[in-house]
Design a protein around this ligand. Structure first.
Ligand code: ADP
Length: 451
């Protein structure tokens, strides 16, 4: 096992990794920009090292800064968290070239899954059902028209190099396709430096259901059930729950087995998430994330497994500490992503926290790097806390979420807490009957009603 791990991230996820390290008796090294000198992850880690100025490109994304920090502190492995360098194959290569262990899959697997076209081809070849669409990149408008005609409108145009819900455009007819194709390409070029796009059938009312998988890199693959992340704004997840209120135990077993088998055949190592859209009893692969997800705690809650600990174990060459048949779902868990944002437009709301009180009690977990007097810097993601609740069943989890939100105090900045309080009143949310477009529709209706 490693003696010392460097965490190439910040905020709640850096803290999450520090906690796993401490429980495993491993020393942790925090890295931080000059804007984060007072951050909680810096205070909680065993050691901390400044790696550059506030812009991420010069700190949290800087290969030389992070690799030198490892060499200076003698860290043997790097945990990348999510975002930043977690899915950067070139980084993994550089880390390995320096004799440091990357806690995650191989550069090759990251590369395959990072390109959405190769990812889809690989998924298809492993027996995973995929969304109908173009075979690969679509080079011209004429070609886009031909394929859209074949699969039928509406279609969605996506950037091959896309991520974070960016670079997607929907077209309902050939006229819209012309405009959407052009904008998708130029946006993809601007955002990812690559203007290749592909086409998919646009599903009208799917749910987003993703399967958590783990591989030991030596041909063993397991699945840890699904998470339902259908509550989204701008293609970004807002609330996640497990198990999904929409699928049966047989469907879970079937799709889980397909995913576990795929991971085993790939020889995949570490944590991964295979994302699907689910409509009318069918699963359609959209992408695979080759890292820990923001919403991993809902899986931990219902299965009692520490996913970060497993990641570290597998990276150190140890076997998984559980087998497929050891996993039993216990109750229901819900996570809400609390952002420092001002409603109704979700404008970033950085600033100083004048008062902070975290909720507690049975079945409540708060993953946050906030503290009284903390100043949220304006340079990074607006996620400030993840509140995760666990109950014997979904109604109990919902009641617990309402109770915990009521206990939470975050003063000094605006947050998205009122959004969740309002959502808890909604019959569709209480019944678990919502698709990926539900929240956007709901927000639009309320804005119109308010104006
Ligand atoms: P990203 O990597 O940018 O997150 P994804 O391919 O994972 O992109 O898609 C993100 C979200 O966009 C999905 O969860 C879903 O809400 C929406 N989406 C993606 N593909 C489709 C599709 N074919 N039809 C309808 N919605 C889609």
């Amino acid at each position: 096992m490693f003696d010392k791990i460097l965490i190439a991230n910040r905020g709640e996820i850096a803290l999450r990794v520090v906690r796993a390290c401490r429980e495993m008796g491993i020393r942790s090294v925090a890295v931080h920009s000059t804007a984060d000198s007072d951050a909680m992850h810096v205070r909680m880690a065993d050691e901390a090292i400044c790696i550059g100025p506030p812009p991420s490109a010069q700190s949290y994304l800087s290969f030389p800064a992070i690799i030198s920090a490892c060499e200076i502190t003698g860290a043997q492995a790097i945990h990348p968290g999510y975002g930043f360098l977690s899915e950067n194959a070139a980084f993994v290569q550089a880390v390995e070239d320096h004799g440091i262990v990357f806690i995650g899959p191989s550069a090759e697997h990251i590369r395959i899954m990072g390109d959405k076209i190769t990812a889809k081809e690989t998924a298809r070849s492993l027996g995973i059902p995929v969304v109908p669409g173009s075979e690969g990149g679509v080079p011209s408008l004429a070609e886009a028209r031909r394929i859209a005609g074949e699969i039928g409108y509406p279609v969605i145009i996506k950037a091959t190099a896309g991520g974070g819900g960016r670079g997607m455009k929907v077209a309902r007819d050939p006229a819209e396709l012309e405009l959407a194709f052009g904008t998708a390409r130029s946006e993809a070029k601007a955002a990812f430096g690559n203007d290749e796009v592909y086409l998919e059938k646009y599903l009208a009312r799917p749910r987003h259901i993703e399967v958590q998988v783990f591989g030991d890199g030596r041909g063993t693959g397991v699945h840890l059930g699904e998470r339902d992340c259908s509550l989204q704004r701008r293609h970004q997840k807002v609330l996640e729950e497990a198990p999904s209120p929409a699928i049966t135990a047989e469907e879970r077993d079937r799709i889980g087995r397909i995913c576990a088998d795929a991971v085993a055949r790939l020889g995949y190592s570490g944590a991964g998430t295979i994302e699907f859209l689910y409509e009318d009893g069918q699963f359609f692969f959209i992408e695979m994330n080759t890292r820990l997800q923001v919403e991993h705690p809902v899986t931990e809650a219902i299965l009692g497994v520490d996913l970060v600990r497993e990641q570290i174990r597998v990276a150190a060459g140890l076997p998984l500490s559980f087998a497929q048949e050891d996993l039993r779902i216990n109750g229901h868990a819900i996570e809400v992503r609390i952002n420092a944002e001002k409603l109704p437009h979700f404008a970033p709301s950085p600033g100083r926290i004048t008062q902070y009180h975290a909720p507690g009690g049975l079945g409540v977990r708060m993953d946050s790097a906030l503290y009284d007097g903390y100043r949220i810097p304006p340079f990074y993601d607006s996620l400030i806390a993840k509140l995760i609740v666990h109950g014997r069943d979904r109604p109990e989890a919902l009641a617990r979420l309402g109770r915990a939100l009521g206990e939470l105090i975050v003063d000094g900045v605006d947050t998205t807490v009122p959004l969740f309080e309002a959502l808890l009143e909604e019959p569709a949310i209480r019944a678990g009957e919502y698709d990926i477009h539900w929240l956007e529709r709901w927000l639009r209706e309320r804005m119109t009603a308010a104006s």
